[in-house]
Design a protein around this ligand. Structure first.
Ligand SMILES: CC(=O)SCCNC(=O)CCNC(=O)[C@H](O)C(C)(C)COP(=O)(O)OP(=O)(O)OC[C@H]1O[C@@H](n2cnc3c(N)ncnc32)[C@H](O)[C@@H]1OP(=O)(O)O
Ligand SMILES: O=C([O-])CC(=O)C(=O)O
Length: 371
């Protein structure tokens, strides 16, 4: 049988969580454009986990459950304080901290319907607390406890900065969370599904997914987009910089996508947010540079911007440290991972493809002394 490199185009599972058809992204049948305009991230979590939008009561209950579960066990905070965070990438710290969090959950190894749902709430609630605690401890500050009356998006910014965020910041951050929440069988989601398809536990699935998201060809691209923009430094420098990358056959971060042919429907929302926020902060150069790069790459390589491209200047404008961009992706995408993990358990079969063996054959064993 022919090998499909990178499993491109292979249909590996059925799913009713999100779909990408003709470059249109939907969550449970709702167009991402409508969700981005109208919904809160909590509504999207509910939608992904229940395949329907919540009523007022259902949403209130989910918000209350999430809020109740946001506090971290002391042991996780002490763990974060126990090593030199300055030399640790936050995605590595997050991967380890989620794994440690499982050690404090009595139901960690109970792979069963209701226990899995309870763990989903705990993980969704605590992941932002880990990212923000990491960021504060690294800067010599104490973690900030969440506020009960704040939304998920507002609480993240509050726990990160220790002060109430502005409305415009909350609105932008909420929209970014909505846009990143799920994306069919992307690499980290597939990783999570492969992991739990062995009937391993939810914490293992999320830990594995964080490892996959960390890579620069996936969620790690957003941090590198900002690194690139910083290196470019000015609008005049943008095209010569990209030309040099082309000459060296280097990839441009935030560009291209395995599934979208004519463009990522999320990019237009993030582009608009980047335009608005960079204007507000008086740093339009990040947006202007990004537009120039996007147009040039589209024209010369036919590659469209993906979700990571404009999220970089959006998060930068919100005053967020650049290496937190990918952990923030995880704060949102964990909702999708958890939906897929629950769906995988519902109709499980071990995921175990085959490899086309291309190595040597018929080797005679030679004792070590004679090699
Ligand atoms: C949330 C997300 O995960 S979105 C993706 C985030 N990742 C990035 O932004 C990293 C940059 N982009 C890429 O590396 C790719 O476009 C991917 C990984 C996203 C998708 O890649 P694939 O579908 O596997 O395409 P592949 O890497 O095989 O590239 C196909 C061709 O397009 C070129 N190409 C693809 N993306 C880029 C890019 N960003 N910059 C320059 N060239 C590119 C490749 O060099 C290759 O050219 P070739 O055929 O001449 O060798
Ligand atoms: O779907 C993919 O290949 C990458 C991804 O996670 C996204 O674009 O959100």
């Amino acid at each position: 049988m022919a090998v499909t490199r990178g499993l491109e185009g292979v249909i590996a599972t059925e799913s009713s969580i999100s779909s990408i058809i003709d470059d249109v992204l939907t969550y449970a049948g709702y167009n991402i454009d409508d969700l981005a305009e109208h919904s809160s991230f909590e509504e999207v979590i509910y939608l992904l986990w229940n395949n329907k939008l919540p009523t007022f009561e259902e949403l209130a209950e989910l918000k209350q459950q999430l809020n109740k579960e946001m506090r971290l066990p002391e042991g996780v905070i002490n763990h974060l304080k126990s090593y030199d965070l300055k030399s640790v990438h936050p995605m590595a710290a997050l991967r380890t901290a989620i794994s440690i969090l499982g050690l404090y959950d009595e139901e960690s190894d109970v792979v069963e319907g209701e226990a899995n749902k309870r763990k989903a709430i705990r993980i969704q609630a605590k992941l932002p607390s880990i990212v923000t605690a990491f960021a504060r401890i690294r800067n010599g500050e104490e973690p900030v406890q969440p506020k009960e009356n704040l939304s998920f998006a507002a609480n993240f910014l509050y726990m990160l900065k220790g002060k109430d965020p502005e409305d415009i910041e909350v609105e932008a951050f909420n929209k970014a969370l909505v846009l990143h929440a799920d994306h069919e069988l992307n690499a980290s989601t597939f990783t999570a599904r492969v992991c739990v398809a062995t009937l391993s536990d939810v914490y293992s699935g999320v830990t594995a997914a964080i490892g996959a998201l960390k890579g620069p060809l996936h969620g790690g691209a957003n941090e590198r987009v900002m690194q690139m923009l910083t290196e470019i430094g000015s609008e005049e420098n943008a095209i010569p910089y990209i030309d040099e990358k082309f000459q060296n056959k280097e990839k441009i971060m935030g560009m291209g996508h395995r599934v979208y042919e004519n463009g990522d429907p999320r990019a237009k929302h993030l582009r608009e947010m980047s335009k608005e926020l960079t204007k507000v902060t008086g740093q339009s150069k990040w947006y202007n540079m990004s537009i120039k790069i996007e147009d040039y790459i589209k024209e010369n390589k036919g590659l469209p911007a993906n979700v990571d491209f404009y999220s970089a200047s959006v998060y930068h404008s919100l005053g967020i440290e650049h290496d937190l961009f990918t952990p923030i992706f995880a704060v949102s995408r964990v909702s999708g991972w958890l939906a897929h993990i629950l769906e995988q358990y519902e109709n499980n079969r071990l995921i175990r493809p085959r490899a086309d063996y291309t190595g040597k054959e018929g080797q005679s064993y030679i004792p070590i002394e004679q090699r």
